[in-house]
Design a protein around this ligand. Structure first.
Ligand SMILES: [Zn+2]
Length: 56
């Protein structure tokens, strides 16, 4: 039996902005500077994409 992980081989999938764990269905993908990044929602993607007033 096989899980369908076509082109999706990241195991530890986390929101790159807030660090919450993601599932394949939940992951919000955005391409930034030619690289794929994964987030929990569009808000996190926006924050990551344009860090205005983000901490550190
Ligand atoms: Zn997030």
């Amino acid at each position: 039996m096989r899980l369908r992980i076509t082109g999706f081989e990241k195991r530890d999938l986390r929101c790159e902005n807030c660090g919450v764990e993601l599932t394949q269905e939940k992951a919000y993908t955005r391409e930034i500077n030619g690289e794929k990044h994964y987030f929990c929602c569009s808000h996190c993607a926006d924050e990551f994409d344009s860090p205005i007033g983000g901490c550190c």
